[in-house]
Design a protein around this ligand. Sequence first.
Ligand code: OGA
Ligand code: MN
Length: 214
Amino acid sequence: MSLNLTDSVMDQLLDALVEKGWFEWPKAVSEALCQQLLAEAEFHDQQGQLQTAGVGRGDIHQLNHDIRRDKIRWLDGSSNAQQTYLKQMADLQYQLNRALFLGLFEYESHFAIYKPGDFYKKHLDSFRGRANRMVTTVLYLNPHWQPDWGGELVIYNEDSSAQLTSVIPKIGTMMIFMSEQIPHEVLPTQQPRVSIAGWFRCNTSIAGVIDPAK
Ligand code: OGA
Ligand code: MN
């Protein structure tokens, strides 16, 4: 089960990231691996092992129910499925660095479950000059998603004046975008919606302290 990263997909991905800052990649990750990751996320949900997600990081971390309603669990590589997925993301990181010289040095990611009615209002994942999230990935794990269930990821242009695309959170699809550049939003979902959101980070040290992950 390896990433569906052919030369042709890689060319499309690189062109899209450079030219417009985002790329929708259908069938990026095999359905079998997505099913295993989905089962894991659902298990953690049933066990009450998901946490309320925050907005911002470190000192400015604040719970904000008005902005986002999803529940999350950070991946820690503790299962075969997670290890396989994280290995695939490491391959992608290598390819992105090789082609774009982005200096990505690590990947952090979490499961996210949105229950009916949940959303994530328009936001950026990173703020220019300060943060070190460079490239966002979102992998969707939902088999048989129906278009009228809502829960689309909406991508806006840089000044948020226009909607550029909306992505159906269908199993295997991965959305990749520049974290500082692309405003985006998760519309309210009508059915449980499961994904893995992740960020390739570059290494910034602030006042001599290496910025910790998460
Ligand atoms: C996020 C996010 C989008 C999605 O977690 O920051 O924007 O489609 N997720 O789940
Ligand atoms: Mn986001």
